[in-house]
Write a new protein. Structure first.
Length: 319
Protein backbone atom coordinates (compact mmCIF):
# COMPACT_ATOMS: atom_id res chain seq x y z
CA UNK A 1 0.00 0.00 0.00
CA UNK A 2 2.79 2.38 0.95
CA UNK A 3 4.72 1.50 -2.22
CA UNK A 4 1.66 2.26 -4.38
CA UNK A 5 1.28 5.65 -2.72
CA UNK A 6 4.98 6.33 -3.30
CA UNK A 7 4.55 5.45 -7.00
CA UNK A 8 1.58 7.81 -7.28
CA UNK A 9 3.57 10.63 -5.68
CA UNK A 10 6.49 9.93 -8.03
CA UNK A 11 4.22 9.91 -11.09
CA UNK A 12 2.59 13.16 -9.99
CA UNK A 13 5.93 14.89 -9.44
CA UNK A 14 7.24 13.80 -12.85
CA UNK A 15 4.05 14.89 -14.59
CA UNK A 16 3.83 18.32 -12.92
CA UNK A 17 7.55 19.05 -13.38
CA UNK A 18 7.35 18.11 -17.06
CA UNK A 19 4.42 20.51 -17.48
CA UNK A 20 6.28 23.37 -15.79
CA UNK A 21 9.72 22.83 -17.31
CA UNK A 22 8.97 21.52 -20.82
CA UNK A 23 6.01 23.67 -21.85
CA UNK A 24 8.18 26.63 -23.01
CA UNK A 25 10.39 24.24 -25.00
CA UNK A 26 7.58 23.14 -27.32
CA UNK A 27 6.72 26.76 -28.07
CA UNK A 28 10.37 27.40 -28.89
CA UNK A 29 10.52 24.38 -31.20
CA UNK A 30 7.33 25.52 -32.95
CA UNK A 31 8.62 29.05 -33.54
CA UNK A 32 11.98 27.70 -34.75
CA UNK A 33 10.25 25.36 -37.21
CA UNK A 34 8.02 28.15 -38.56
CA UNK A 35 11.09 30.35 -39.08
CA UNK A 36 12.95 27.62 -40.98
CA UNK A 37 9.97 26.96 -43.23
CA UNK A 38 9.85 30.69 -44.01
CA UNK A 39 13.54 30.70 -44.92
CA UNK A 40 14.74 32.46 -41.77
CA UNK A 41 17.32 31.29 -39.27
CA UNK A 42 14.95 31.85 -36.41
CA UNK A 43 15.54 32.16 -32.70
CA UNK A 44 16.85 29.43 -30.42
CA UNK A 45 14.39 26.78 -29.29
CA UNK A 46 15.28 27.91 -25.76
CA UNK A 47 14.26 31.53 -26.41
CA UNK A 48 11.05 31.27 -24.33
CA UNK A 49 13.20 30.34 -21.31
CA UNK A 50 15.47 33.34 -21.95
CA UNK A 51 12.44 35.63 -22.26
CA UNK A 52 10.95 34.40 -18.99
CA UNK A 53 14.27 34.79 -17.16
CA UNK A 54 14.80 38.28 -18.59
CA UNK A 55 11.29 39.42 -17.64
CA UNK A 56 11.58 38.07 -14.10
CA UNK A 57 14.59 40.34 -13.51
CA UNK A 58 12.85 43.45 -14.88
CA UNK A 59 10.94 46.01 -12.84
CA UNK A 60 7.17 45.59 -12.52
CA UNK A 61 5.19 48.65 -13.62
CA UNK A 62 1.51 48.83 -12.68
CA UNK A 63 -1.02 51.21 -14.31
CA UNK A 64 -2.32 53.86 -11.93
CA UNK A 65 -5.93 52.88 -12.66
CA UNK A 66 -5.47 49.20 -11.78
CA UNK A 67 -6.32 47.43 -8.53
CA UNK A 68 -5.01 44.42 -6.64
CA UNK A 69 -6.82 42.19 -9.11
CA UNK A 70 -4.37 43.29 -11.82
CA UNK A 71 -1.40 42.42 -9.61
CA UNK A 72 -2.48 39.08 -8.16
CA UNK A 73 -4.37 37.58 -11.11
CA UNK A 74 -1.21 36.28 -12.90
CA UNK A 75 -0.43 34.17 -9.84
CA UNK A 76 -4.02 32.89 -9.67
CA UNK A 77 -4.12 32.03 -13.39
CA UNK A 78 -0.77 30.24 -13.18
CA UNK A 79 -1.99 28.29 -10.12
CA UNK A 80 -5.15 27.19 -11.92
CA UNK A 81 -3.18 25.80 -14.85
CA UNK A 82 -0.83 24.11 -12.42
CA UNK A 83 -3.78 22.56 -10.61
CA UNK A 84 -5.09 21.09 -13.87
CA UNK A 85 -1.74 19.34 -14.40
CA UNK A 86 -2.39 17.37 -11.21
CA UNK A 87 -5.56 15.72 -12.52
CA UNK A 88 -5.53 15.07 -16.28
CA UNK A 89 -3.48 12.57 -18.36
CA UNK A 90 -0.74 14.95 -19.47
CA UNK A 91 2.12 12.46 -19.27
CA UNK A 92 1.11 9.37 -17.30
CA UNK A 93 -1.74 7.04 -18.44
CA UNK A 94 -3.01 6.22 -14.94
CA UNK A 95 -4.59 8.43 -12.23
CA UNK A 96 -2.19 10.66 -10.32
CA UNK A 97 -2.45 12.30 -6.92
CA UNK A 98 -5.54 14.51 -7.23
CA UNK A 99 -7.32 12.84 -10.14
CA UNK A 100 -10.44 11.88 -8.09
CA UNK A 101 -11.13 15.55 -7.27
CA UNK A 102 -11.72 16.85 -10.84
CA UNK A 103 -13.12 15.23 -13.97
CA UNK A 104 -13.08 16.34 -17.61
CA UNK A 105 -15.92 18.83 -17.13
CA UNK A 106 -14.24 20.24 -14.03
CA UNK A 107 -11.05 20.73 -16.04
CA UNK A 108 -12.96 22.61 -18.74
CA UNK A 109 -14.51 24.88 -16.11
CA UNK A 110 -11.06 25.56 -14.63
CA UNK A 111 -9.77 26.61 -18.06
CA UNK A 112 -12.77 28.91 -18.42
CA UNK A 113 -12.19 30.36 -14.95
CA UNK A 114 -8.56 31.15 -15.78
CA UNK A 115 -9.62 32.91 -18.99
CA UNK A 116 -12.24 34.94 -17.13
CA UNK A 117 -9.77 36.08 -14.46
CA UNK A 118 -7.21 37.00 -17.11
CA UNK A 119 -9.72 39.15 -19.01
CA UNK A 120 -11.07 40.77 -15.84
CA UNK A 121 -7.58 41.69 -14.61
CA UNK A 122 -6.49 43.07 -17.99
CA UNK A 123 -9.47 45.42 -18.09
CA UNK A 124 -8.24 46.92 -14.81
CA UNK A 125 -5.44 48.64 -16.72
CA UNK A 126 -7.83 51.07 -18.41
CA UNK A 127 -5.95 50.76 -21.72
CA UNK A 128 -7.95 51.25 -24.92
CA UNK A 129 -5.73 48.75 -26.68
CA UNK A 130 -6.50 46.11 -24.04
CA UNK A 131 -10.21 46.93 -24.29
CA UNK A 132 -10.04 46.32 -28.06
CA UNK A 133 -8.37 42.93 -27.54
CA UNK A 134 -10.88 42.06 -24.83
CA UNK A 135 -13.82 42.78 -27.11
CA UNK A 136 -12.26 40.54 -29.75
CA UNK A 137 -11.72 37.71 -27.31
CA UNK A 138 -15.23 37.93 -25.89
CA UNK A 139 -16.68 37.84 -29.40
CA UNK A 140 -14.97 34.47 -29.86
CA UNK A 141 -15.17 33.11 -26.30
CA UNK A 142 -18.85 32.22 -26.38
CA UNK A 143 -18.06 29.70 -29.11
CA UNK A 144 -14.67 28.47 -27.88
CA UNK A 145 -15.79 27.92 -24.27
CA UNK A 146 -19.00 26.24 -25.45
CA UNK A 147 -16.96 23.95 -27.70
CA UNK A 148 -14.58 23.02 -24.89
CA UNK A 149 -17.41 22.09 -22.52
CA UNK A 150 -19.40 20.32 -25.26
CA UNK A 151 -16.38 18.24 -26.28
CA UNK A 152 -15.81 17.00 -22.74
CA UNK A 153 -19.53 16.42 -22.26
CA UNK A 154 -19.53 14.40 -25.47
CA UNK A 155 -16.63 12.29 -24.21
CA UNK A 156 -18.65 11.57 -21.07
CA UNK A 157 -21.60 10.35 -23.15
CA UNK A 158 -19.42 8.18 -25.38
CA UNK A 159 -17.55 6.46 -22.55
CA UNK A 160 -20.17 6.64 -19.81
CA UNK A 161 -17.81 8.55 -17.51
CA UNK A 162 -16.15 11.95 -17.23
CA UNK A 163 -12.88 10.44 -16.00
CA UNK A 164 -10.13 11.15 -18.59
CA UNK A 165 -8.19 8.01 -17.65
CA UNK A 166 -11.22 5.79 -18.25
CA UNK A 167 -11.66 7.52 -21.61
CA UNK A 168 -8.06 6.75 -22.52
CA UNK A 169 -8.53 3.09 -21.59
CA UNK A 170 -11.83 2.92 -23.50
CA UNK A 171 -10.21 4.13 -26.72
CA UNK A 172 -7.18 1.85 -26.53
CA UNK A 173 -9.03 -1.38 -25.73
CA UNK A 174 -10.85 -1.54 -29.09
CA UNK A 175 -9.84 0.12 -32.36
CA UNK A 176 -13.51 0.44 -33.34
CA UNK A 177 -14.01 2.89 -30.46
CA UNK A 178 -11.20 5.03 -31.81
CA UNK A 179 -12.46 4.91 -35.42
CA UNK A 180 -16.11 5.59 -34.57
CA UNK A 181 -17.66 8.61 -36.24
CA UNK A 182 -18.52 10.19 -32.90
CA UNK A 183 -14.88 10.07 -31.79
CA UNK A 184 -13.66 11.41 -35.14
CA UNK A 185 -16.05 14.38 -34.97
CA UNK A 186 -15.13 15.23 -31.40
CA UNK A 187 -11.39 14.85 -32.09
CA UNK A 188 -11.50 17.21 -35.08
CA UNK A 189 -13.54 19.68 -33.01
CA UNK A 190 -11.02 19.66 -30.16
CA UNK A 191 -8.10 19.98 -32.58
CA UNK A 192 -9.69 23.07 -34.14
CA UNK A 193 -10.23 24.48 -30.65
CA UNK A 194 -6.58 23.82 -29.77
CA UNK A 195 -5.43 25.74 -32.85
CA UNK A 196 -7.46 28.75 -31.75
CA UNK A 197 -6.71 28.65 -28.02
CA UNK A 198 -2.94 28.39 -28.54
CA UNK A 199 -2.62 30.99 -31.31
CA UNK A 200 -1.75 28.43 -34.00
CA UNK A 201 -4.64 29.46 -36.21
CA UNK A 202 -3.23 31.47 -39.15
CA UNK A 203 -4.77 34.78 -38.10
CA UNK A 204 -3.23 35.74 -34.79
CA UNK A 205 0.08 37.54 -34.53
CA UNK A 206 2.02 38.90 -31.57
CA UNK A 207 3.19 41.89 -33.62
CA UNK A 208 1.59 45.12 -32.43
CA UNK A 209 1.00 46.28 -36.00
CA UNK A 210 -1.05 43.19 -36.86
CA UNK A 211 -4.82 43.28 -36.69
CA UNK A 212 -4.72 39.58 -35.88
CA UNK A 213 -3.37 40.25 -32.38
CA UNK A 214 -5.90 38.70 -29.99
CA UNK A 215 -4.73 37.05 -26.79
CA UNK A 216 -1.41 38.92 -26.55
CA UNK A 217 -3.35 42.17 -26.38
CA UNK A 218 -4.42 41.26 -22.85
CA UNK A 219 -0.78 41.34 -21.76
CA UNK A 220 -0.12 44.78 -23.22
CA UNK A 221 -0.01 46.61 -19.85
CA UNK A 222 1.86 43.89 -17.95
CA UNK A 223 5.60 43.99 -17.40
CA UNK A 224 8.41 42.35 -15.47
CA UNK A 225 7.66 39.32 -13.32
CA UNK A 226 3.89 39.54 -13.84
CA UNK A 227 4.32 39.33 -17.62
CA UNK A 228 6.74 36.43 -17.24
CA UNK A 229 4.20 34.49 -15.14
CA UNK A 230 1.41 35.12 -17.65
CA UNK A 231 3.56 34.02 -20.59
CA UNK A 232 4.67 30.91 -18.72
CA UNK A 233 1.03 30.20 -17.89
CA UNK A 234 0.14 30.48 -21.59
CA UNK A 235 2.82 27.91 -22.43
CA UNK A 236 1.43 25.59 -19.75
CA UNK A 237 -2.12 26.01 -21.08
CA UNK A 238 -0.88 25.12 -24.57
CA UNK A 239 0.89 22.05 -23.21
CA UNK A 240 -2.12 20.89 -21.18
CA UNK A 241 -4.61 21.21 -24.04
CA UNK A 242 -2.17 19.71 -26.53
CA UNK A 243 -1.40 16.75 -24.29
CA UNK A 244 -5.11 16.02 -23.78
CA UNK A 245 -5.55 16.24 -27.55
CA UNK A 246 -2.69 13.77 -28.09
CA UNK A 247 -3.36 11.31 -25.26
CA UNK A 248 -7.16 11.20 -25.26
CA UNK A 249 -8.18 12.04 -28.82
CA UNK A 250 -5.47 11.59 -31.48
CA UNK A 251 -2.87 9.11 -30.18
CA UNK A 252 -4.07 7.40 -26.98
CA UNK A 253 -1.47 4.63 -27.28
CA UNK A 254 2.18 4.03 -26.31
CA UNK A 255 2.12 5.52 -22.79
CA UNK A 256 3.67 3.19 -20.21
CA UNK A 257 2.55 2.56 -16.63
CA UNK A 258 4.74 1.36 -13.80
CA UNK A 259 7.49 2.73 -11.53
CA UNK A 260 9.68 3.90 -14.44
CA UNK A 261 6.78 4.53 -16.79
CA UNK A 262 6.38 8.18 -15.84
CA UNK A 263 9.98 8.96 -16.80
CA UNK A 264 9.76 6.98 -20.05
CA UNK A 265 6.46 8.67 -20.87
CA UNK A 266 8.18 12.06 -20.89
CA UNK A 267 10.25 10.90 -23.88
CA UNK A 268 7.18 9.34 -25.52
CA UNK A 269 5.27 12.59 -25.10
CA UNK A 270 8.15 14.46 -26.70
CA UNK A 271 7.75 12.31 -29.81
CA UNK A 272 3.99 12.88 -29.86
CA UNK A 273 4.49 16.61 -29.47
CA UNK A 274 6.93 16.73 -32.36
CA UNK A 275 4.22 15.29 -34.58
CA UNK A 276 1.66 17.81 -33.30
CA UNK A 277 4.13 20.67 -33.81
CA UNK A 278 4.74 19.48 -37.38
CA UNK A 279 1.00 19.47 -38.12
CA UNK A 280 0.59 22.95 -36.59
CA UNK A 281 3.54 24.32 -38.58
CA UNK A 282 2.14 22.93 -41.84
CA UNK A 283 -1.27 24.50 -41.15
CA UNK A 284 0.19 27.85 -40.12
CA UNK A 285 2.60 28.17 -43.04
CA UNK A 286 0.53 26.75 -45.90
CA UNK A 287 -2.87 28.35 -45.28
CA UNK A 288 -3.55 32.01 -45.99
CA UNK A 289 -4.27 34.11 -42.92
CA UNK A 290 -7.96 34.29 -42.09
CA UNK A 291 -9.70 37.60 -41.79
CA UNK A 292 -10.57 38.35 -38.19
CA UNK A 293 -14.32 37.91 -38.60
CA UNK A 294 -13.73 34.47 -40.14
CA UNK A 295 -12.50 33.18 -36.77
CA UNK A 296 -16.10 33.00 -35.61
CA UNK A 297 -16.94 30.83 -38.62
CA UNK A 298 -14.00 28.57 -37.78
CA UNK A 299 -15.13 28.19 -34.16
CA UNK A 300 -18.74 27.70 -35.23
CA UNK A 301 -17.66 24.71 -37.32
CA UNK A 302 -15.78 23.29 -34.34
CA UNK A 303 -18.85 23.76 -32.12
CA UNK A 304 -21.16 22.15 -34.68
CA UNK A 305 -18.86 19.13 -34.98
CA UNK A 306 -18.99 18.63 -31.22
CA UNK A 307 -22.79 18.91 -31.34
CA UNK A 308 -22.96 16.37 -34.19
CA UNK A 309 -20.93 14.01 -32.02
CA UNK A 310 -23.42 14.45 -29.15
CA UNK A 311 -26.39 13.83 -31.45
CA UNK A 312 -24.81 10.71 -32.97
CA UNK A 313 -23.98 9.37 -29.51
CA UNK A 314 -27.57 9.80 -28.34
CA UNK A 315 -28.96 8.23 -31.51
CA UNK A 316 -26.61 5.27 -31.12
CA UNK A 317 -27.55 4.80 -27.51
CA UNK A 318 -24.24 6.01 -26.08
CA UNK A 319 -22.10 3.52 -27.98
Amino acid sequence: MASNEAYIVEETIVQVLSVILLSPLYQGIYEKAVARIQGRRGQSIFQPYYDIYKLIKKEVLVPATSSEIFIFSPYVVFSIYLMISFVIPVVYPQPVLFTPTVDFLGGALLFSLASFIKILASMQSGSNFVALSTSRILSFAFLSEATLITVFFGVALITGTNNPYVTLSYLTEDISHYLSLTHVFISVSFFMLWLFETGKLPVESSGLSELGMIDDGLLYEYSGKLLAILKWGSYIKQYLLGSVLLNVFLFPWFLIAGPLGAIEDVAIMFGKWMLLVLIAVIINTTLAKLRLFKVQDFLAVAFLLSLFSLILTVLQGGE
